[in-house]
Design a protein around this ligand. Structure first.
Ligand code: 44T
Length: 878
């Protein structure tokens, strides 16, 4: 948690000698150094004419301006604080300069690493200007950069409340809203089936005498309100997220229940009786479950609740209708299911599936893992699963076994909950039903709310739930066959369902798939040559392959598997290098008559290429492998640098030709610099589209900086990006973006509050599997020219003709990334590691086939916004 120490600024200034002796004497009487209680008295006194004070104010104001002029921001800031605290009348006059001083001073503090102090300054600034949207927004930006997203979002939200048309705060808010109020909240509130089942179960329990209720992880407050409405006498709720807690307070109060539901901003594990709630409750309701059931800590929360917050569990039958003296939990329990699947989409995100990338052999890459633990041992840094909605995966999936029950758990039995982690490993044998590559185990569950009501999160259900995916890294390319039997062992050691071992029984032999390394591959590799290469590469590297493992993000692994992308770079780099060589030789020839060392050495020295891709990238190595190139990689992580070095060695790229750029530069801001005093870059590779489908922030700024660092004839890759979009009707996108409809949710007024967190741009979409109707052809929305800033516009009008009648609800968009005039990469293809984004219209727009739609497309910084209107002069198709 972030800790804001209040003040301390003046003392710090004193110590660092920023104040003159005269100022110091006077500072002792400054309001900032005294406590709040005294504040009122001083204010009153200040109203009387006080010549000494006036003199101090005016001289200090003068000093502030002088210091500002001299770029001594720390002192200027202190003077401004003094002036504005003593003479608030100057606030309007000095606001702009004060902000400027604060931002400059914060920049300095930031580069000095004095972070706590930086936040102290912002706190003091906000005491003076509590409603200043620019300061609020800037505070949010600092918090965001430090990783305090929840807090950052609070500031962006407040800045926006102060000035709803403030574009900087809006853009920032949209970027964080997804973290604050995750999109599934919208889904869940739009899922009427789920809402009604919970409501029924709660109503029944309350009617049966559960009169005191605790809602753990209340979110918007909905389950707590259900309990109150059902007649519970006392309702408590707790929520650990600050934003969600504040939202719940707003919602509960808007529904007239603020006096009757006590909401606590804390984790249930920290709650105590009677400190937080006066006595034990007879009902706990909760939906703190994730796609893998256990990821939100429900087991630990319920064990704690049974020991500290709930009445003892029921032994016999309860007296119907009487106040319950026992406790119970909704949901009453759960059943976890699993199924082995083949799925190429999962495969390409979790393991390297190619042997050659951009002309490089990958044999010596070592073990590349996605950050999903395959191990049965608990590892804090890695979850044992990721989540996907199987029904939405491009290319689909193939079940290799029938679904099986992995686990049953009774939430009303504390011994069982406690025993879960010491339960013995369970061996499950599963007949294989069809041939396929063993890529993952998919896991889902049924939540038994009570005897009658249950919810399922299975892949076949029409719900918003995703499934938990346990990818198999180790069973590389193992093909299961119909008469095989799959043997999996599951445990629940750290209250996560974990796979302990996987084996196959084939023709009476048990083949363990856990320890399958490349070298002991039992099923023949389709490419024996690659196998030989791999073995040789192992000999070349002095470590054993088993130790050479490195973790990569799923999107980084998918990128490595994207051969098109790398081949395109390979081609354009080769083209550029040969052009530059020719140019150089021509120049050399041209200057042959003027002998001198300059030109000759220029041609002999290699071409410099810089790859500023984010995360793991092979492009520098691909550049270096062109020959006559010295390439710089921006890969930062040591393990990942080792992978690149290993690959360089095994692909005969000498060590001098590949360097790590960030080892040379001190900070990230210095990333775009010239290679050395006497050199410029021949090529700079920019990473322009984020995996989520948005243009990278500050891309255009980076491009214009990069252009200045290029030698004559040098290039930026890509040179140009073309944005394409399409009109679609998609109910799913609406359900994911806001609580829909005019009907109150279960009779409660929730939508207007949570819908404040609606974001107009959706990210991480898979356009190929998005449930939607296409209402137009794809259309070019925008061109971003990275080689020529003058060619760019920020507003553009595009006309699109509707090809079908329908409701335009969204405009998904994607990119063609032009590396040069001829070669481009699309972010849409099946092999791409990118997802797509979509603008969801505020109001759906009815359109008839043949009508023209006018799109006002706008690019602010790197955020695209689109407004759509029906063209008033219809040019019908018929
Ligand atoms: N999402 C499922 C998970 N909390 C449900 O802060 C399904 C994901 C999902 N508060 C797509 C679709 C779906 N004490 O606000 C959260 C969280 C809070 C607690 C107090 C505690 N011990 C906890 C634990 C969690 O509970 C709220 C709900 S967590 C369940 C989320 C629709 N992707």
């Amino acid at each position: 948690m972030l800790h804001f120490r209040n003040l301390g600024l003046v003392g710090d200034m004193f110590l660092s000698g920023l104040f003159s002796a005269r100022t110091l004497v006077l500072l002792n009487g400054m309001p900032n150094t005294s406590t709040r209680q005294k504040h009122g008295r001083r204010t009153r006194r200040r109203r009387r004419a006080d010549p000494a004070r006036n003199e101090l104010v005016s001289s200090s104001l003068e000093s502030a301006q002088q210091c500002l002029f001299n770029q001594d921001y720390g002192t200027a800031f202190a003077h401004y604080l003094l002036v504005l605290n003593l003479a608030p009348v100057f606030k309007d006059f000095a606001r702009e300069s004060f902000r400027f001083t604060l931002f400059k001073w914060a920049e300095e503090l930031d580069s000095l690493g004095r972070i706590q102090y930086l936040f102290d300054c912002y706190e003091q600034a906000l005491e003076l200007f509590p409603d200043d949207e620019v300061i609020l927004n800037s505070m949010g930006e600092h918090l965001f950069r430090m990783g305090f997203r929840d807090e950052a979002a609070g500031y962006f939200h407040k800045a926006l409340k102060m000035r709803p048309d403030y574009p900087e705060a809006r853009e920032n808010f949209y970027r964080v809203a997804n973290w604050l109020v995750e999109r599934w909240h919208f889904f869940m509130l739009n899922d009427h089936g789920r809402n009604q089942k919970y409501q029924q179960a709660i109503q029944k329990a309350v009617q049966k005498g559960c009169n005191t209720v605790l809602d753990i992880g209340t979110g918007t407050g909905i389950l707590g309100m259900c309990a109150k409405k059902a007649g519970a006498a006392e309702v408590y709720a707790c929520e650990l997220s600050k934003t969600m807690y504040e939202l719940a307070c707003e919602v509960v109060s808007a529904n007239g229940m603020d006096g009757s539901i006590k909401i606590l901003h804390m984790k249930s594990l920290e709650m105590e009786v009677p400190k937080d709630i006066p006595h034990r409750v007879s009902l706990v309701v909760t939906e703190t479950v994730d796609a893998g059931l256990f990821g939100e800590g429900i087991i630990e929360s319920l064990i704690h609740a049974w020991h500290h917050l709930l009445l003892p569990p029921k032994r016999g039958e309860n007296e119907f209708g009487e106040q319950s003296a026992t406790g119970r939990v909704i949901p009453a329990g759960a059943t976890v299911f699993g199924m082995a699947v083949e799925c190429s989409e999962i495969r390409r995100h979790h393991r390297l599936c190619v042997t050659k990338v951009g002309g490089l052999s990958m044999a010596a890459a070592g073990e590349l893992h996605s950050p999903v633990s395959c191990s049965s041992e608990p590892d804090d840094s890695m979850e044992p699963y990721t989540t996907e909605r199987l029904s939405r995966l491009p290319g689909g999936y193939k079940p290799l076994t029938e679904p099986f029950t992995a686990l049953n758990i009774d939430f009303n039995n504390v011994q069982e909950l406690e025993g879960l982690s010491s339960r013995e490993v369970q061996e499950i044998r599963l007949p294989v039903i069809q041939q396929g590559e063993l890529d993952a185990l998919a896991v889902w569950f049924q939540l038994h709310l009570d005897e009658e009501n249950s919810l399922s999160t299975g892949p076949q259900e029409d719900t918003c739930w995703e499934q938990a995916i346990y990818p198999f890294h180790s069973a590389k390319g193992f093909v299961l066959k119909p008469r095989d039997e799959l043997i999996v062992e599951v445990s629940c050691r750290d209250a996560y369902l974990r796979l302990c071992s996987v084996a196959v029984l084939r023709d009476g032999h048990k083949i363990s798939l856990d320890k399958l390394m490349d070298s002991q591959y039992p099923v023949s590799n389709p490419n024996p040559e690659a196998e030989l290469c791999s073995a040789l590469a192992c000999l070349q590297t002095d470590q054993s392959q088993a130790r050479d493992f490195c973790m990569l993000e799923c999107s980084e692994i998918a990128l490595l598997n994207n051969q098109d992308y790398h081949q395109s770079f390979c081609t354009v780099l080769a083209k550029l290098i040969s052009q530059l060589k020719v140019k150089c030789q021509n120049q050399e020839r041209g200057s042959a008559f003027q002998p001198g060392p300059a030109v000759a050495t220029r041609c002999a020295s290699p071409f410099y290429v810089l790859d500023v891709s984010e995360g793991f990238s092979l492009l520098s190595l691909i550049a270096a492998s062109q020959g006559h190139v010295k390439a710089f990689s921006s890969v930062e992580k040591k393990k990942q640098q080792e992978v690149l070095k290993r690959l360089a060695r095994s692909n005969s790229v000498s060590e001098q030709h590949l360097e790590f750029w960030l080892n040379n530069t001190e900070d990230e801001q210095g990333m775009l610099q010239r290679p050395s005093r006497e050199k410029l870059w021949s090529a700079i590779i920019l990473d322009c589209v984020e995996t989520c489908g948005l243009i990278r922030q500050k891309l255009m700024e980076k491009a214009s900086l990069a252009r200045c660092l290029l030698e004559e004839g040098g290039r930026i890759f890509p040179g140009k990006i073309v944005v394409y979009g399409m009109l679609v009707e998609s109910e799913t996108l609406l359900l994911e973006s806001a609580v829909q409809g005019q009907e109150p949710t279960l009779g409660f007024n929730i939508a207007p509050f949570i819908n404040q967190f609606t974001v107009p741009v959706h990210v991480f979409l898979d356009f190929s599997t998005l449930e939607c109707r296409h209402l137009s052809e794809s259309v070019e929305l925008f061109v971003l020219n990275l080689m020529d800033a003058n060619a760019n516009y920020i507003n553009r009008e595009v006309k699109v003709q509707a090809t079908s009648t329908g409701r335009i609800t969204a405009i998904p968009f994607w990119y063609h990334i032009y590396l040069d005039e001829e070669i481009s990469v699309s972010t849409l293809g099946q092999a791409a590691h990118w997802k797509q984004a979509a603008v969801v219209l505020q109001q759906p727009l009815e359109v008839r086939a043949g009508e023209w739609v006018r799109l006002a497309v706008k690019l602010h910084k790197s955020t695209i916004s689109i407004l759509a209107h029906i063209e008033s002069t219809p040019q019908q198709m018929e």
